[in-house]
Design a protein around this ligand. Structure first.
Ligand SMILES: [Zn+2]
Length: 640
């Protein structure tokens, strides 16, 4: 039934846009087959669910990071499928980021869901020994003679069908990487549903890791995050039914799977019309558009590791410790340094070690007694989510192919004091609600949600007609517009956190202006201020090519006309401005000497003005207009 349903959905999506690759996970089909083959599985799943309920009801769980040893079975039919160590390591890094909420895109979680976004507290390490105790680097490469893709019926888990059996699931998380085919990105076994050789997750080699054969839009390693989620007993967020239940209380009820990159907020039509958590790893969104687990999902997963839990055996696995003795020297990293320390983050780095497969970074607050371990292939880690004004310790060791080094000496650093920033200008969500700001003064304010808009009001004077607005210190991609009254006269929309500037020179009258600050595409960082400055001046603001300057669009100086030519001394100057404009007109003689300078007023209705040069001698002259950015010059012949 589900396959037919998905097919209809795909056709429906196809009509509205280009046919795009969509996430398809084989886990529920695989479960359906397993239940048919072994009816006892249903009872086992029921027991695990009961145990989960008891764990959830007990509440107040001790904070502990669970370390999961991983063996990667790379079952390849050709050299392309025999993916690189680097690609495998990239996937391990994604798992370690996503399950510790250290993923860079965690900041994209909308404020609606930040309250339930969870650090799952799972760490994944490359297995360092085989089941028989031999030294091992975590990667089991198996050349297969199979002539077709492996599908989702566990063919990859048996030597008789061209695969390789899983290792003891009480010691390892088995991850098979192979060609699955049929547009299935991956599939997993739920706890209690597999045998000792079939437990684990299977990922198609094209949707694994972040490099090599990884293919957009599934090239950010989230297929494995999703499948390991299933392996940790998480259901699809829509409960695999219309408005179904995922057995988690803090996730909204979804109509069905979401594909691609849904725009926030995407409303469910289920009871209560909640906003769907389309960015949850257990939806079907593209890799770039899923970046959170919830606290309820965490409780389900952690229940498996409580006393009597279905995966608690892994807690005593020694698979991530290398066997004692033997091997070449695996040196401890040196040149440890701590940089970029803020109130909530720091960058820890060390020198690369020859022969390193990865590094185990350990860190804790100085007051704590237990270390949090983070495995990475990189030689630097940006720790985020740290407490302000707090002392931290860290140290690092090298993981080599057959052994690990001793840990380094402990390093210490302290986070800076929390930056407190308050917005005294809210509410100012519309031009009519714009708040007056002082001139030539930096003010601070906050874009606090995806719908927050900030308007600020100020006025120029006839003596200080030139206007400049600058937006700096951006926490996210914010943009700036300038309105004269309610008419937009400038816009600056640089990407990222690049500052924005709008210069509006040579306005004529004293007028009220409104500056408008907003997050591009709903960008915001609650609690983080930006800086805005409105300036007025009697002289034109110079436009600096190095700065990003918005279009002023008031007047096209290229349209400068000077006539008649030759002139008898009465000269018409035409500038054709969009609005009111006061402009200095200068006249130079053939020797480059300025012989006249006069300030003239132009407007849309009176685009031309007159100057008189009758007291000058006949000859060649140059009429010059400078708009603060570029010079326009016209040559005239004076012949009285
Ligand atoms: Zn799935």
């Amino acid at each position: 039934m589900k396959k037919i349903y998905l097919l209809i959905l795909s056709l429906g999506m196809g009509m509205t846009g280009a046919l795009q690759a969509q996430r398809q996970c084989g886990t529920m089909d695989h479960l359906h087959d397993a239940l048919q083959q072994n009816p006892l599985i249903e009872q086992k799943m029921h027991e695990i669910e009961e145990h989960t309920r008891q764990f959830e009801a007990a509440g107040n769980h001790e904070r502990v990071v669970i370390n999961i040893p991983v063996v990667f079975h790379i079952v390849h039919r050709n050299s392309t499928q025999n993916i690189s160590d680097a690609q495998i390591q990239s996937q391990l890094t994604v798992l370690n980021n996503d399950f510790r909420r250290l993923n860079a895109d965690a900041s994209l979680v909308p404020s609606t869901f930040t309250g339930v976004a969870a650090d799952m507290e799972f760490n994944f390490c490359m297995a360092q020994r085989t089941p028989s105790g031999a030294a091992f680097n975590g990667i089991n490469r198996v050349a297969s003679t199979r002539t077709s893709a492996f599908g989702t019926n566990d063919a990859v888990k048996s030597a008789s069908t061209g695969g390789t059996p899983g290792w003891n699931p009480n010691e390892y998380l088995n991850v098979w990487v192979c060609e699955i085919g049929n547009n299935i990105l991956g599939y997993a076994t739920f706890p209690g549903t597999a045998t000792s050789t079939t437990d684990g997750v299977v990922i198609d080699f094209r949707y694994f890791g972040t490099t090599g054969t990884a293919t957009a839009p599934f090239n950010r390693g989230r297929t494995a995050t999703h499948e390991v989620g299933h392996w940790l007993n998480l259901r699809h967020i829509w409960g695999d039914a219309t408005c179904g239940s995922d057995l988690v209380n803090d996730t909204p009820t979804h109509n069905t799977a979401n594909y691609g990159c849904p725009t926030f907020p995407h409303f469910s039509t289920c009871t209560g019309a909640p906003i769907e958590m389309t960015m949850n790893y257990m939806d079907y969104s593209d890799d770039a558009c899923m970046y959170m687990f919830s606290a309820g999902q965490k409780a389900r997963a952690q229940a498996l590791f409580a006393a009597g839990g279905a995966r608690a055996g892994l807690l005593s696995s020694q698979a991530c410790s290398p066997p004692s003795g033997g091997g070449t020297t695996c040196n401890t990293p040196g040149s440890l340094s701590t940089g970029s320390i803020t109130a909530s983050s720091a960058t820890l780095s060390w020198a690369a070690v020859s022969g390193a497969v990865s590094y185990n970074l350990e860190y804790k607050t100085a007051a704590a007694t237990t270390w949090t371990t983070f495995n990475t292939a990189a030689t630097s880690v940006n720790l985020t989510g740290l407490a302000a004004s707090t002392a931290y310790n860290w140290r690092v060791s090298t993981v080599c192919a057959s052994s690990s080094s001793a840990v380094s000496a402990t390093q210490n650093f302290s986070t800076t004091a929390a930056v407190t920033c308050t917005d005294t200008y809210e509410a100012n969500n519309s031009i009519s609600a714009a708040r007056t700001i002082p001139l030539n003064t930096n003010i601070q304010a906050i874009i606090s949600s995806s719908t927050d808009r900030d308007y600020f009001r100020f006025s120029n004077t006839t003596a200080a007609r030139n206007v400049r607005v600058t937006l700096t210190n951006l926490p996210a991609d914010y943009d700036l517009r300038l309105y004269r009254g309610s008419s937009q006269v400038g816009i600056s929309q640089n990407g990222g956190t690049t500052s924005e500037t709008i210069i509006y020179n040579n306005t004529l009258a004293a007028t009220t202006y409104n500056a408008y600050v907003y997050g591009y595409n709903g960008a915001f960082v609650s609690g983080a201020c930006y800086t805005l400055r409105a300036e007025i001046s009697g002289t034109s603001f110079l436009r600096d090519a190095g700065e990003a300057i918005a279009d002023e669009a008031e007047v096209s100086y290229e349209a400068l006309q000077v006539y008649p030519n030759p002139s008898n001394g009465v000269l018409n100057i035409r500038l054709q401005p969009e609005g009111d404009l006061r402009q200095t007109i200068e006249v130079f003689n053939n020797l480059g000497q300025r012989v006249e300078s006069v300030e003239l007023e132009f407007s849309k209705d009176a685009p031309a003005a007159v100057i008189t040069l009758s007291d000058l001698n006949d000859g060649l002259y140059y009429v010059r207009v400078f708009d603060g950015n570029e010079v326009q010059t016209r040559r005239i012949l004076l012949k009285k």
